[in-house]
Design a protein around this ligand. Structure first.
Ligand SMILES: CC(C)(COP(=O)(O)OP(=O)(O)OC[C@H]1O[C@@H](n2cnc3c(N)ncnc32)[C@H](O)[C@@H]1OP(=O)(O)O)[C@@H](O)C(=O)NCCC(=O)NCCS
Length: 390
């Protein structure tokens, strides 16, 4: 059954990057101000708040983040919950917001996401991120996230002939798109040669195959059909939403060339929206590593298994290609402040759909899809959005 009445009426993000001197709470407050006051949605209209943050306990020694963040965002007193699903924390917060509107409990809610990662060392961040994998069988014995995605890359290379150069081309595309995105961590194009620099993080993944360590926040406002038009002439309807999980431990998976939670979540979202991959104009997918983008485009059904790399090589996934993927620069070049990412992806789809993506605007923008997964792909959320007048 399609979703009936949830609309995005505003959305915003802070700049992503190493934001020295800007705190966790300040970032979320900035994103909230941009998505409310600056977008014409009075804060007093917000009835509840859903927040995604991954591991502030280890990164900034702060738990119980929802009321803290509300204090600084000028929303004190509202019902607020924190949602955690590793890198999919933002998207599960968004799902909770969607369900709150669909249930009829609220008419206007705020969804936010935030992470502050750069105030500790890379080693400490790696340890904090590793908490998203199975500690007893994987991270506890040394498997890090670059290591996990290196395994997926090797499996894809062995089965389909995907090459290191194919992955590097994803990075070149990401940096090219991010060069015109003022909110991106890396606003600089890179050559294929640079992307292929053999600075190995976990073979075959090199520095430019990885998303960076980032700070940042994003927020959006959801409204019911009763209220949406009060805030904007261009609301965006969420027409399908799917969430799925898979075995936490990679040893429980039969295949590393695909993430089964991505396949299942996208199928649910398509079914709910009564749409197929052919109907989708563009997608924002979870490219925490370049191989993750290639696999995601296959898992969401844009390309057949094994044909994601070919699509990159042929320019099909370029900003002006037939199926643009990550037109603003993806996690790879915009940055990946874990809890903020899923919300930021929804903001990007929203802006593309309403034609407000500036230099990063895709040509055809009636229906867009976001794909956000967590950890080793053990949680995945896919949302499909459509411009209300499309
Ligand atoms: C790849 C990684 C290990 C690099 O960290 P690092 O070695 O500490 O790198 P530094 O911060 O010292 O940066 C060194 C240089 O590389 C650049 N850099 C860092 N990460 C980069 C990335 N991912 N892509 C491109 N450039 C990067 C920095 O800007 C810096 O450039 P400069 O010397 O010109 O200023 C780190 O970014 C990482 O762990 N990424 C993966 C994060 C992750 O797993 N996220 C969860 C996914 S599920």
């Amino acid at each position: 059954m399609p979703l009936k009445k949830t609309f995005i009426v505003s959305g915003a993000q802070t700049k992503f990057g190493a934001l020295e001197g800007v705190t966790f709470r300040e970032m979320l407050a900035e994103a909230v101000d941009k998505a409310t006051i600056q977008a014409g949605v009075p804060k007093k209209e917000i009835q509840a708040v859903f927040l995604g943050t991954f591991n502030p306990e280890m990164l900034i020694h702060q738990g119980h983040t929802a009321p803290l963040l509300l204090d600084y965002a000028g929303l004190r007193g509202l019902p607020a919950t924190r949602h955690e699903a590793a890198c999919a924390s933002g998207a599960v917060a968004l799902r909770a917001g969607i369900m709150a509107i669909e249930s009829g409990l609220y008419d206007t809610v705020l969804v936010g996401g935030v992470e502050k990662m750069t105030s500790v060392s890379t080693n400490k961040v790696t340890e904090a991120l590793a908490a998203a994998a199975d500690d007893e069988f994987e991270s506890g014995v040394g498997l890090t996230f670059p290591g996990v995605f290196a395994l997926a890359a090797v499996a894809h290379m062995n089965r389909y002939g995907t090459t290191q150069e194919d992955m590097a081309l994803v990075a070149v595309k990401a940096h090219k798109n991010a060069a015109s995105n003022p909110l991106a961590q890396f606003q600089k194009e890179i050559t294929l040669e640079k992307a292929m620099t053999p600075k190995f993080v976990a073979w075959p993944l090199k520095l430019f195959d990885c998303s960076p360590i980032s700070d940042g926040a994003a927020a959006l406002v959801l409204s019911s059909d009763k209220k949406a038009k009060q805030y904007t002439d261009t609301p965006v309807k969420i027409v399908g939403s799917g969430q799925a999980s898979a075995s936490m431990n990679l040893s429980g998976r039969s295949d590393l060339t695909s993430f089964e939670a991505s396949v299942a979540a996208s199928r649910s979202a398509y079914k709910m929206a009564n749409l197929t991959p052919k109907d989708i104009d563009f997608a924002v997918v979870h490219d925490c590593f370049t191989i993750a983008e290639i696999i995601a485009t296959e898992d969401i059904g844009f390309f057949k298994p094994g044909e994601g790399a070919k699509a990159v090589r042929e320019g099909i996934t370029a900003k002006d290609g037939a199926k643009p993927i990550n037109p603003t620069g993806g996690l790879k070049a915009v940055g990946h402040p874990v809890g903020a990412t899923g919300v930021k992806q929804a903001v990007e789809v929203y802006k593309e759909l309403i034609g407000a993506a500036g230099a990063n605007q895709v040509p055809k923008h009636n229906i867009g899809l976001m794909h956000n997964f967590g950890g080793t792909g053990a949680t995945c959320v896919v949302n499909i959005m459509r411009r209300a007048d499309a």
